[in-house]
Design a protein around this ligand. Structure first.
Ligand code: 4NP
Length: 164
C-alpha cells in the first residue's frame, strides 16, 4: 500500500542503482524545498533484478551528496502492482519504456508510461538518459544536471497541475 496522495510517480531504469534512484532523490528533495513533498508519492525501481536490496551506486550517492541531497534507497525490481498503484511510470530510456509497456500488457493497470525526458519539451534531440554505469565519474555529474533540470520541469508540468 502506498499513502493516499494526489500524485504518484515511479522512476524506472535498468538496475535501479544509478539513474532512477537519483531521480527519485532529486525530485523528493526539490519537492521538500517547495513544501510540496506531502502531495506526491515517489519511488524508483529497475526492470532488472541483479541489484535487488542493494544500496545505490556509490557514484550516484556521491553526486547527490555533493549537491546537498540524500540518496538512501535500496534497489528493487518493477512488480505487477506498480502498474496498478502509480499514476505515472517514467522510464529513463526507450529500452526501459519498451520493457515497461510489455509488462503492462501482461499485468494491466492504470499507470501512464512515459519517457522521463519527454518533460524536457524544449529539447527533443535527446530521448534517453545515458546509462552511466560503465562510464567514469564525470558521467554522473552530467547525469545529475540532466535529472535535476528535468525534475524541475516535471514539477512545473505534472505536480503543479495535480495540486488540489
Ligand atoms: P541504472 O544503471 O539502470 O541507471 O541503474 C545500471 C546499473 C547496473 C547495470 C546496468 C545499468 N548492470 O548491468 O548491472
Amino acid at each position: 500500500m502506498i499513502p493516499n496522495r494526489p500524485l504518484s510517480i515511479l522512476f524506472v531504469c535498468l538496475g535501479n542503482i544509478c539513474r532512477s534512484p537519483l531521480a527519485e532523490a532529486i525530485l523528493r528533495h526539490r519537492l521538500t524545498e517547495t513544501h510540496m513533498n506531502a502531495n506526491v508519492y515517489i519511488d524508483s525501481a529497475g526492470t532488472g533484478d541483479w541489484h535487488t536490496g542493494r544500496s545505490a551506486d556509490g557514484r550516484s550517492i556521491s553526486v547527490a551528496r555533493r549537491n546537498g541531497i540524500t540518496l538512501d534507497s535500496n534497489a528493487r525490481q518493477v512488480i505487477p502492482e506498480d502498474f496498478h498503484i502509480f499514476d505515472y511510470i517514467l522510464a529513463m530510456d526507450r529500452q526501459n519504456q519498451q520493457d515497461l509497456e510489455a509488462l503492462k500488457v501482461l499485468h494491466g493497470g492504470k499507470a501512464i508510461i512515459k519517457l522521463f525526458l519527454e518533460f524536457d519539451i524544449a529539447d527533443k534531440s535527446v530521448l534517453d538518459v545515458p546509462d552511466p554505469y560503465y562510464g567514469g565519474t564525470e558521467g554522473f555529474q552530467h547525469l545529475f544536471q540532466m535529472l535535476d533540470k528535468t525534475c524541475l520541469l516535471i514539477i512545473n508540468q505534472l505536480v503543479d497541475e495535480t495540486m488540489p
